[in-house]
Design a protein around this ligand. Structure first.
Ligand SMILES: Nc1ncnc2c1ncn2[C@@H]1O[C@H](COP(=O)(O)OP(=O)(O)O)[C@@H](O)[C@H]1O
Ligand SMILES: [Mg+2]
Length: 223
């Protein structure tokens, strides 16, 4: 069961939103998926509690209270496990990274975010030493403009490339449809054009993201 962990040393970059979105694509493709909410604020657990009838049957949400992250990851029987970590550097984050087949680090297109992403990459390096295993990871852009990549973002991409930090090609675009499930329940697949603008574009973005994540997992497994 591949374990995908969303991590960053900072809040507000897009871990929770991207984790629910990725899990929604897997679930919609009939892949039984465990979505582990390891944030004490429990945003995903609350989503599932508020709108229980709208949680896809193939998606199981579990809230990792206290020190249960390892237990929940190790005990999951589902073929896919997605973990939404808290935006800090606590022990739970370290435990989550230790189990990751792929760590995904969202960043927005600012210099400060690029510096934070570099910090997480350093943290991953230290965890690799502690746990004596490679932790595959990718940085990705979250909340990008749907229009065009600006000069600042291209510059940050070049910086990351020069530092040898691997990135996903697919960004998670800033779209109301990615936020809406937290307010309305359900997933990007259950949104109608009356509820948000252009839900289909969000679905296409999410599916491209999920495809690249799957290909990355396969490439890392075979590496
Ligand atoms: N792709 C996106 N499109 C639109 N809004 C987003 C997107 N990703 C995140 N957001 C918004 O940005 C804020 C922070 O996102 P969140 O997923 O909670 O980040 P984190 O889990 O890293 O703290 C939230 O208000 C969320 O609705
Ligand atoms: Mg979060």
């Amino acid at each position: 069961m591949p374990t995908i962990v969303f991590a960053s040393s900072k809040g507000g970059v897009g871990k929770t939103t991207s984790a629910l979105t990725l899990a929604s694509v897997l679930a919609a493709n009939e892949v039984p998926t465990a979505l582990i909410d390891a944030d004490p604020n429990a945003p995903i657990a609350k989503w599932a509690e508020r709108f229980p009838s709208q949680v896809p049957q193939t998606l199981t949400v579990r809230h990792a209270l206290g020190s249960k992250v390892a237990e929940l990851i190790d005990g999951a029987q589902e073929p896919f496990v997605i973990v939404d970590l808290e935006g800090s550097r606590n022990v739970e984050v370290s435990v989550g990274l230790s189990r990751a087949d792929l760590a995904l680090i969202p960043m927005k297109g600012s210099q400060l975010d690029a510096d934070e992403a570099a910090n997480v990459v350093q943290l991953i390096g230290r965890q690799e030493l502690i746990f004596k295993r490679k932790i595959p990871y990718r940085v990705f852009f979250a909340q990008t403009s749907p229009v065009i990549a600006d000069k600042g973002m291209r510059n940050i991409k070049a910086q990351l490339e020069a530092a040898g930090i691997p990135m996903l090609k697919t960004s998670m675009v800033d779209r109301a449809a990615f936020k809406a499930p937290f307010q309305l329940g359900g997933t990007i697949y259950s949104l109608t054009p009356r509820e948000v603008r252009n839900p289909q574009s969000a679905v296409e973005n999410a599916e491209a993201f999920a495809t690249e994540v799957r290909d990355t997992l396969i490439a890392e497994r075979d590496a």
